[in-house]
Design a protein around this ligand. Structure first.
Ligand SMILES: NC(=O)c1ccc[n+]([C@@H]2O[C@H](COP(=O)([O-])OP(=O)(O)OC[C@H]3O[C@@H](n4cnc5c(N)ncnc54)[C@H](O)[C@@H]3O)[C@@H](O)[C@H]2O)c1
Length: 425
Protein backbone atom coordinates (compact mmCIF):
# COMPACT_ATOMS: atom_id res chain seq x y z
CA UNK A 1 0.00 0.00 0.00
CA UNK A 2 1.15 3.63 -0.49
CA UNK A 3 1.39 5.48 2.80
CA UNK A 4 2.16 9.08 3.70
CA UNK A 5 3.43 9.94 7.20
CA UNK A 6 3.24 13.56 8.33
CA UNK A 7 5.80 14.27 11.08
CA UNK A 8 8.86 12.05 11.15
CA UNK A 9 10.13 12.14 14.73
CA UNK A 10 10.52 9.06 16.93
CA UNK A 11 7.00 7.81 16.17
CA UNK A 12 6.66 8.88 12.52
CA UNK A 13 10.04 7.48 11.54
CA UNK A 14 9.51 4.19 13.40
CA UNK A 15 6.13 3.83 11.68
CA UNK A 16 7.67 4.66 8.31
CA UNK A 17 10.61 2.27 8.67
CA UNK A 18 8.36 -0.43 10.14
CA UNK A 19 5.78 -0.27 7.32
CA UNK A 20 8.50 -0.05 4.65
CA UNK A 21 10.04 -3.18 6.15
CA UNK A 22 6.68 -4.88 5.54
CA UNK A 23 6.81 -3.90 1.85
CA UNK A 24 4.62 -0.76 1.90
CA UNK A 25 5.79 2.28 -0.08
CA UNK A 26 6.16 5.10 2.45
CA UNK A 27 6.63 8.83 1.91
CA UNK A 28 7.61 10.84 4.98
CA UNK A 29 6.66 14.50 5.14
CA UNK A 30 8.29 16.92 7.54
CA UNK A 31 8.67 20.67 7.86
CA UNK A 32 12.33 20.27 8.85
CA UNK A 33 14.45 20.27 5.64
CA UNK A 34 17.47 18.81 7.46
CA UNK A 35 15.42 15.83 8.58
CA UNK A 36 14.08 15.28 5.05
CA UNK A 37 17.58 15.50 3.63
CA UNK A 38 18.98 13.11 6.25
CA UNK A 39 16.33 10.48 5.51
CA UNK A 40 16.84 10.69 1.72
CA UNK A 41 20.58 10.41 2.22
CA UNK A 42 20.10 7.27 4.34
CA UNK A 43 21.22 9.04 7.55
CA UNK A 44 18.91 8.39 10.50
CA UNK A 45 18.08 11.76 12.12
CA UNK A 46 17.53 10.20 15.59
CA UNK A 47 19.43 7.64 17.62
CA UNK A 48 17.42 4.43 17.92
CA UNK A 49 18.97 0.95 18.03
CA UNK A 50 18.43 -0.88 14.72
CA UNK A 51 16.82 2.09 12.98
CA UNK A 52 19.81 3.26 10.96
CA UNK A 53 20.35 -0.01 9.05
CA UNK A 54 16.63 -0.68 8.46
CA UNK A 55 16.06 2.88 7.26
CA UNK A 56 19.03 2.76 4.88
CA UNK A 57 17.89 -0.57 3.48
CA UNK A 58 14.33 0.69 2.78
CA UNK A 59 15.62 3.95 1.23
CA UNK A 60 17.90 1.83 -1.00
CA UNK A 61 14.93 -0.31 -2.12
CA UNK A 62 12.88 2.82 -2.94
CA UNK A 63 10.31 1.85 -0.32
CA UNK A 64 11.02 4.92 1.83
CA UNK A 65 11.61 8.54 0.94
CA UNK A 66 11.03 11.93 2.50
CA UNK A 67 9.81 15.27 1.20
CA UNK A 68 8.72 18.74 2.26
CA UNK A 69 5.98 18.56 -0.40
CA UNK A 70 2.81 17.31 1.32
CA UNK A 71 0.66 17.61 -1.83
CA UNK A 72 2.93 15.34 -3.88
CA UNK A 73 3.28 12.86 -1.00
CA UNK A 74 -0.49 12.68 -0.50
CA UNK A 75 -1.30 12.37 -4.20
CA UNK A 76 0.02 8.82 -4.41
CA UNK A 77 -1.10 7.65 -0.94
CA UNK A 78 -4.16 5.75 0.25
CA UNK A 79 -3.42 6.31 3.93
CA UNK A 80 -2.12 9.50 5.58
CA UNK A 81 -0.77 9.23 9.14
CA UNK A 82 -0.41 12.26 11.42
CA UNK A 83 2.44 11.90 13.92
CA UNK A 84 3.22 15.48 14.87
CA UNK A 85 4.00 16.57 18.47
CA UNK A 86 1.28 17.07 21.10
CA UNK A 87 3.02 18.87 23.97
CA UNK A 88 1.20 20.55 26.86
CA UNK A 89 0.46 24.27 26.80
CA UNK A 90 1.23 26.61 29.72
CA UNK A 91 -2.04 25.63 31.44
CA UNK A 92 -1.22 21.92 31.28
CA UNK A 93 -3.73 21.18 28.54
CA UNK A 94 -2.77 19.34 25.36
CA UNK A 95 -1.56 21.94 22.88
CA UNK A 96 -3.48 21.37 19.66
CA UNK A 97 -1.48 23.72 17.41
CA UNK A 98 0.58 21.05 15.59
CA UNK A 99 -2.42 18.76 15.02
CA UNK A 100 -4.50 21.72 13.91
CA UNK A 101 -1.89 22.91 11.41
CA UNK A 102 -1.12 19.42 10.05
CA UNK A 103 -4.81 18.59 9.55
CA UNK A 104 -5.48 21.93 7.83
CA UNK A 105 -2.53 21.28 5.51
CA UNK A 106 -3.86 17.78 4.78
CA UNK A 107 -7.38 19.16 4.15
CA UNK A 108 -5.96 21.70 1.67
CA UNK A 109 -4.15 19.00 -0.31
CA UNK A 110 -6.75 16.23 -0.28
CA UNK A 111 -7.98 14.87 -3.58
CA UNK A 112 -9.59 11.46 -4.04
CA UNK A 113 -10.66 9.23 -1.12
CA UNK A 114 -7.96 8.74 1.53
CA UNK A 115 -7.96 7.49 5.08
CA UNK A 116 -6.54 10.02 7.54
CA UNK A 117 -5.10 8.38 10.65
CA UNK A 118 -4.10 10.18 13.83
CA UNK A 119 -1.10 8.42 15.40
CA UNK A 120 -0.12 11.31 17.67
CA UNK A 121 -1.29 10.94 21.27
CA UNK A 122 -4.36 13.18 21.45
CA UNK A 123 -6.91 13.73 24.23
CA UNK A 124 -10.36 12.22 23.62
CA UNK A 125 -12.34 14.34 21.18
CA UNK A 126 -9.35 15.78 19.29
CA UNK A 127 -9.60 13.62 16.16
CA UNK A 128 -13.26 14.42 15.69
CA UNK A 129 -13.28 18.01 16.98
CA UNK A 130 -10.14 19.21 15.23
CA UNK A 131 -9.02 16.87 12.43
CA UNK A 132 -12.51 16.00 11.15
CA UNK A 133 -13.72 19.60 11.50
CA UNK A 134 -10.72 20.96 9.56
CA UNK A 135 -11.35 18.48 6.75
CA UNK A 136 -15.05 19.33 6.67
CA UNK A 137 -14.28 23.07 6.76
CA UNK A 138 -12.32 22.54 3.51
CA UNK A 139 -15.49 21.10 1.93
CA UNK A 140 -14.54 17.42 2.30
CA UNK A 141 -17.14 14.87 3.29
CA UNK A 142 -16.52 12.04 5.76
CA UNK A 143 -17.05 8.68 4.09
CA UNK A 144 -16.91 10.13 0.56
CA UNK A 145 -13.68 12.16 0.46
CA UNK A 146 -11.98 10.76 3.52
CA UNK A 147 -12.12 8.08 6.18
CA UNK A 148 -10.98 8.84 9.71
CA UNK A 149 -9.05 6.65 12.17
CA UNK A 150 -7.13 6.94 15.40
CA UNK A 151 -4.31 4.43 15.81
CA UNK A 152 -2.33 5.16 19.01
CA UNK A 153 1.33 4.20 19.25
CA UNK A 154 2.74 2.46 22.33
CA UNK A 155 6.45 2.23 21.44
CA UNK A 156 9.23 3.02 23.91
CA UNK A 157 12.15 5.18 22.81
CA UNK A 158 15.28 3.05 22.85
CA UNK A 159 13.19 0.11 21.56
CA UNK A 160 11.11 2.04 19.04
CA UNK A 161 11.42 -0.13 15.95
CA UNK A 162 11.25 -3.40 17.85
CA UNK A 163 8.12 -2.18 19.70
CA UNK A 164 6.48 -0.93 16.51
CA UNK A 165 7.10 -4.24 14.75
CA UNK A 166 6.17 -6.43 17.71
CA UNK A 167 3.45 -4.56 19.61
CA UNK A 168 1.41 -6.10 22.44
CA UNK A 169 -1.71 -4.92 20.62
CA UNK A 170 -2.84 -2.79 17.70
CA UNK A 171 -5.68 -0.40 18.53
CA UNK A 172 -7.70 0.99 15.63
CA UNK A 173 -10.44 3.50 16.33
CA UNK A 174 -12.54 4.41 13.30
CA UNK A 175 -15.68 6.25 12.31
CA UNK A 176 -16.65 3.50 9.86
CA UNK A 177 -15.70 -0.06 8.94
CA UNK A 178 -14.17 0.76 5.53
CA UNK A 179 -11.59 3.16 7.00
CA UNK A 180 -10.75 0.82 9.91
CA UNK A 181 -10.38 -2.17 7.54
CA UNK A 182 -7.86 -0.28 5.41
CA UNK A 183 -5.71 0.50 8.46
CA UNK A 184 -5.99 -3.09 9.70
CA UNK A 185 -4.80 -4.28 6.26
CA UNK A 186 -1.66 -2.18 6.65
CA UNK A 187 -0.81 -4.27 9.71
CA UNK A 188 -1.24 -7.62 7.87
CA UNK A 189 1.68 -9.79 8.89
CA UNK A 190 2.03 -8.21 12.35
CA UNK A 191 1.62 -10.83 15.04
CA UNK A 192 -0.53 -8.93 17.55
CA UNK A 193 -4.16 -8.82 18.65
CA UNK A 194 -6.14 -6.05 16.96
CA UNK A 195 -8.70 -4.11 18.98
CA UNK A 196 -11.28 -2.19 16.94
CA UNK A 197 -13.01 0.68 18.73
CA UNK A 198 -14.60 4.04 18.12
CA UNK A 199 -12.28 7.02 17.83
CA UNK A 200 -12.65 8.44 21.36
CA UNK A 201 -12.04 5.05 22.97
CA UNK A 202 -8.81 4.60 20.99
CA UNK A 203 -7.67 8.05 22.09
CA UNK A 204 -8.42 7.21 25.74
CA UNK A 205 -6.71 3.79 25.65
CA UNK A 206 -3.38 5.54 25.03
CA UNK A 207 -3.82 7.97 27.95
CA UNK A 208 -5.09 5.27 30.30
CA UNK A 209 -2.07 3.10 29.44
CA UNK A 210 0.46 5.86 30.05
CA UNK A 211 -1.38 7.01 33.18
CA UNK A 212 -1.27 3.48 34.57
CA UNK A 213 2.43 2.95 33.80
CA UNK A 214 3.37 6.32 35.32
CA UNK A 215 1.37 5.38 38.44
CA UNK A 216 3.06 1.97 38.63
CA UNK A 217 6.53 3.56 38.54
CA UNK A 218 5.49 6.16 41.12
CA UNK A 219 4.18 3.41 43.39
CA UNK A 220 7.54 1.58 43.20
CA UNK A 221 9.33 4.85 44.00
CA UNK A 222 7.10 5.48 46.99
CA UNK A 223 7.73 1.98 48.36
CA UNK A 224 11.45 2.63 47.78
CA UNK A 225 11.30 5.85 49.79
CA UNK A 226 9.75 3.91 52.68
CA UNK A 227 12.19 0.99 52.32
CA UNK A 228 15.37 3.11 52.27
CA UNK A 229 15.30 4.37 55.91
CA UNK A 230 14.16 0.91 57.04
CA UNK A 231 17.24 -0.71 55.43
CA UNK A 232 15.16 -2.81 53.02
CA UNK A 233 16.18 -3.24 49.38
CA UNK A 234 13.22 -2.11 47.26
CA UNK A 235 14.55 -4.09 44.27
CA UNK A 236 14.21 -7.38 46.23
CA UNK A 237 10.77 -6.23 47.41
CA UNK A 238 9.63 -5.48 43.86
CA UNK A 239 11.06 -8.79 42.65
CA UNK A 240 8.71 -10.44 45.10
CA UNK A 241 5.82 -8.17 44.17
CA UNK A 242 6.36 -8.56 40.40
CA UNK A 243 6.22 -12.35 40.59
CA UNK A 244 2.50 -11.96 41.29
CA UNK A 245 0.91 -12.59 37.89
CA UNK A 246 -1.79 -10.04 38.69
CA UNK A 247 0.93 -7.36 38.94
CA UNK A 248 3.82 -8.41 36.66
CA UNK A 249 7.49 -7.41 36.92
CA UNK A 250 7.64 -4.46 34.51
CA UNK A 251 7.70 -0.78 35.50
CA UNK A 252 8.57 -1.60 39.11
CA UNK A 253 12.18 -0.37 38.95
CA UNK A 254 12.33 2.31 41.62
CA UNK A 255 14.49 5.33 40.88
CA UNK A 256 14.70 9.06 40.37
CA UNK A 257 11.28 9.45 38.75
CA UNK A 258 9.81 9.14 35.27
CA UNK A 259 10.53 11.59 32.48
CA UNK A 260 10.66 11.56 28.70
CA UNK A 261 8.54 12.97 25.94
CA UNK A 262 5.34 11.12 26.94
CA UNK A 263 4.53 10.25 30.57
CA UNK A 264 4.82 13.74 32.11
CA UNK A 265 2.84 15.55 29.44
CA UNK A 266 0.31 12.75 28.89
CA UNK A 267 -0.54 12.42 32.60
CA UNK A 268 -0.80 16.22 32.79
CA UNK A 269 -3.06 16.39 29.72
CA UNK A 270 -5.30 13.58 31.07
CA UNK A 271 -5.53 15.39 34.40
CA UNK A 272 -6.59 18.59 32.63
CA UNK A 273 -9.07 16.73 30.42
CA UNK A 274 -10.60 15.10 33.50
CA UNK A 275 -11.02 18.49 35.18
CA UNK A 276 -12.53 19.91 32.00
CA UNK A 277 -15.03 17.03 32.12
CA UNK A 278 -15.99 18.03 35.69
CA UNK A 279 -13.99 15.39 37.58
CA UNK A 280 -11.01 16.00 39.89
CA UNK A 281 -8.44 13.24 39.11
CA UNK A 282 -6.73 13.14 42.53
CA UNK A 283 -4.66 10.05 41.79
CA UNK A 284 -3.12 11.55 38.64
CA UNK A 285 -2.46 14.82 40.45
CA UNK A 286 -0.64 12.95 43.23
CA UNK A 287 1.39 10.94 40.70
CA UNK A 288 2.68 14.16 39.12
CA UNK A 289 3.42 15.82 42.47
CA UNK A 290 5.17 12.73 43.84
CA UNK A 291 7.21 12.33 40.67
CA UNK A 292 8.29 15.99 40.73
CA UNK A 293 9.61 15.47 44.29
CA UNK A 294 11.33 12.22 43.33
CA UNK A 295 13.23 13.95 40.55
CA UNK A 296 14.76 16.35 43.09
CA UNK A 297 15.84 13.61 45.53
CA UNK A 298 19.33 13.01 44.12
CA UNK A 299 20.37 16.62 44.76
CA UNK A 300 18.65 16.47 48.17
CA UNK A 301 20.68 13.38 49.19
CA UNK A 302 23.89 14.95 47.91
CA UNK A 303 23.20 18.18 49.78
CA UNK A 304 22.80 16.27 53.03
CA UNK A 305 26.40 15.05 52.55
CA UNK A 306 28.20 18.22 51.47
CA UNK A 307 27.92 21.93 50.80
CA UNK A 308 27.63 21.93 47.01
CA UNK A 309 28.94 25.46 46.48
CA UNK A 310 32.04 25.38 44.26
CA UNK A 311 32.12 21.56 44.24
CA UNK A 312 32.78 19.64 41.04
CA UNK A 313 29.85 17.26 40.52
CA UNK A 314 29.83 14.70 37.70
CA UNK A 315 26.45 13.77 36.23
CA UNK A 316 26.49 10.53 34.22
CA UNK A 317 23.47 9.95 31.97
CA UNK A 318 21.51 12.79 30.37
CA UNK A 319 18.94 10.95 28.25
CA UNK A 320 15.62 10.18 29.99
CA UNK A 321 16.19 6.47 29.32
CA UNK A 322 19.13 4.41 28.07
CA UNK A 323 19.46 3.76 24.30
CA UNK A 324 17.99 7.08 23.25
CA UNK A 325 19.36 10.56 22.55
CA UNK A 326 16.11 12.15 23.79
CA UNK A 327 16.51 14.43 26.83
CA UNK A 328 12.94 15.73 27.01
CA UNK A 329 11.94 15.91 30.72
CA UNK A 330 14.96 13.80 31.67
CA UNK A 331 15.87 13.43 35.38
CA UNK A 332 19.28 14.92 34.52
CA UNK A 333 17.62 18.25 33.67
CA UNK A 334 16.18 18.65 37.21
CA UNK A 335 19.42 17.36 38.70
CA UNK A 336 21.72 19.73 36.80
CA UNK A 337 19.34 22.62 37.47
CA UNK A 338 19.33 21.82 41.21
CA UNK A 339 23.12 21.48 41.33
CA UNK A 340 23.61 24.82 39.55
CA UNK A 341 21.16 26.52 41.93
CA UNK A 342 23.35 25.34 44.82
CA UNK A 343 26.48 26.76 43.18
CA UNK A 344 28.05 23.47 42.03
CA UNK A 345 30.40 23.18 39.03
CA UNK A 346 28.73 20.58 36.89
CA UNK A 347 30.43 18.28 34.40
CA UNK A 348 28.26 15.84 32.46
CA UNK A 349 28.63 12.84 30.18
CA UNK A 350 26.23 10.70 28.12
CA UNK A 351 27.03 8.21 25.33
CA UNK A 352 24.43 9.67 22.91
CA UNK A 353 22.48 12.61 24.32
CA UNK A 354 25.14 15.33 24.78
CA UNK A 355 24.17 17.27 21.64
CA UNK A 356 20.52 17.52 22.73
CA UNK A 357 21.46 18.33 26.35
CA UNK A 358 23.76 21.12 25.18
CA UNK A 359 20.66 22.89 23.76
CA UNK A 360 19.20 22.94 27.31
CA UNK A 361 22.42 23.70 29.24
CA UNK A 362 24.96 25.31 26.90
CA UNK A 363 27.07 26.71 29.74
CA UNK A 364 28.14 23.58 31.67
CA UNK A 365 31.16 21.32 31.03
CA UNK A 366 30.80 18.29 28.73
CA UNK A 367 33.23 15.38 29.19
CA UNK A 368 34.13 12.93 26.44
CA UNK A 369 33.96 9.88 28.72
CA UNK A 370 32.72 8.78 32.16
CA UNK A 371 36.31 8.71 33.39
CA UNK A 372 36.96 12.29 32.30
CA UNK A 373 33.79 13.42 34.11
CA UNK A 374 34.74 11.50 37.26
CA UNK A 375 38.33 12.74 37.32
CA UNK A 376 38.69 15.10 40.32
CA UNK A 377 34.94 15.15 41.05
CA UNK A 378 33.72 15.72 44.60
CA UNK A 379 30.69 13.55 43.93
CA UNK A 380 28.90 11.76 41.11
CA UNK A 381 25.24 11.32 40.24
CA UNK A 382 24.06 8.58 37.85
CA UNK A 383 20.78 9.54 36.21
CA UNK A 384 20.44 7.02 33.33
CA UNK A 385 21.23 3.30 33.38
CA UNK A 386 23.20 3.01 30.16
CA UNK A 387 24.92 -0.37 29.63
CA UNK A 388 28.31 1.36 29.58
CA UNK A 389 27.76 2.67 33.14
CA UNK A 390 26.91 -0.86 34.31
CA UNK A 391 30.48 -1.81 33.37
CA UNK A 392 32.02 0.86 35.63
CA UNK A 393 34.29 -0.59 38.30
CA UNK A 394 35.74 0.65 41.60
CA UNK A 395 38.94 1.73 39.82
CA UNK A 396 36.93 4.07 37.54
CA UNK A 397 35.81 6.00 40.61
CA UNK A 398 39.36 6.13 42.09
CA UNK A 399 40.20 9.41 40.34
CA UNK A 400 37.38 11.18 42.19
CA UNK A 401 38.29 13.50 45.05
CA UNK A 402 35.61 11.87 47.22
CA UNK A 403 33.98 8.62 46.23
CA UNK A 404 30.43 9.82 46.86
CA UNK A 405 28.13 8.28 44.27
CA UNK A 406 24.36 8.75 44.20
CA UNK A 407 22.53 6.33 41.90
CA UNK A 408 19.23 7.46 40.41
CA UNK A 409 18.81 4.13 38.62
CA UNK A 410 20.00 0.71 39.74
CA UNK A 411 23.07 0.72 37.49
CA UNK A 412 26.31 -0.24 39.22
CA UNK A 413 27.43 -3.77 39.82
CA UNK A 414 27.18 -4.20 43.60
CA UNK A 415 30.17 -6.58 43.59
CA UNK A 416 32.40 -4.08 41.80
CA UNK A 417 31.43 -0.72 43.34
CA UNK A 418 30.63 -0.63 47.03
CA UNK A 419 30.52 3.03 48.05
CA UNK A 420 27.32 4.34 46.55
CA UNK A 421 23.89 5.34 47.73
CA UNK A 422 20.71 4.73 45.77
CA UNK A 423 18.06 7.41 45.50
CA UNK A 424 15.59 5.12 47.27
CA UNK A 425 17.70 2.12 48.27
N1 LIG B 1 8.27 9.57 21.42
C1 LIG B 1 7.60 8.55 21.93
O1 LIG B 1 8.14 7.69 22.63
C2 LIG B 1 6.12 8.41 21.64
C3 LIG B 1 5.49 7.18 21.88
C4 LIG B 1 4.13 7.07 21.59
C5 LIG B 1 3.41 8.17 21.14
N2 LIG B 1 4.06 9.37 20.96
C6 LIG B 1 3.28 10.50 20.46
O2 LIG B 1 3.56 10.65 19.05
C7 LIG B 1 3.53 12.03 18.68
C8 LIG B 1 4.85 12.42 18.04
O3 LIG B 1 5.86 12.26 19.00
P1 LIG B 1 7.41 12.19 18.60
O4 LIG B 1 8.17 11.91 19.85
O5 LIG B 1 7.61 11.32 17.42
O6 LIG B 1 7.65 13.73 18.17
P2 LIG B 1 8.99 14.42 17.65
O7 LIG B 1 9.05 15.73 18.30
O8 LIG B 1 10.13 13.46 17.79
O9 LIG B 1 8.73 14.59 16.09
C9 LIG B 1 7.70 15.31 15.52
C10 LIG B 1 8.04 15.66 14.08
O10 LIG B 1 6.90 16.33 13.51
C11 LIG B 1 7.38 17.35 12.65
N3 LIG B 1 6.27 18.28 12.38
C12 LIG B 1 5.70 19.18 13.21
N4 LIG B 1 4.68 19.80 12.59
C13 LIG B 1 4.60 19.30 11.35
C14 LIG B 1 3.77 19.54 10.22
N5 LIG B 1 2.78 20.44 10.25
N6 LIG B 1 3.98 18.84 9.10
C15 LIG B 1 4.99 17.94 9.02
N7 LIG B 1 5.81 17.67 10.04
C16 LIG B 1 5.62 18.33 11.20
C17 LIG B 1 8.57 17.92 13.40
O11 LIG B 1 9.43 18.64 12.55
C18 LIG B 1 9.23 16.62 13.93
O12 LIG B 1 10.14 16.07 13.02
C19 LIG B 1 3.20 12.80 19.96
O13 LIG B 1 1.82 12.97 20.04
C20 LIG B 1 3.65 11.84 21.06
O14 LIG B 1 2.95 12.04 22.26
C21 LIG B 1 5.39 9.51 21.18
Amino acid sequence: MDVCIVGTGYVGLSTAVGFAGHGHRVTCVDIDPRRVNDINSGRCPIFEPGMDGSMKSSVGKNLLKATLDLKAAMASSEAVFISVPTPCDDDGRMDTKFIDKASKDIAGNLSGYKVIIVKSTVVPGTTENIVKKNLEAAGKELGTDFGLCMNPEFLREGHALEDFLRPDRIVIGSTDKKAGDLVQKLYDGFNAPVLRTDIKTAEMIKYASNGFLATKITFANEIGNICKPLGIDVYKVMEGVGLDSRIGPKFLRAGCGFGGSCFPKDVQALLSKGREAGYEPKLLETVLETNAKQRKLMVHHLKSKMDLKGKRIAVLGLAFNPDTDDVRESAAIDTVQGLLEHGANVIVYDPKAMENFRKVFPGIKYASSSREALNGADACVIATDWEEFKRLEAKDFKEMKNSIVIEGRRTLDRNKVKSFEGVCW
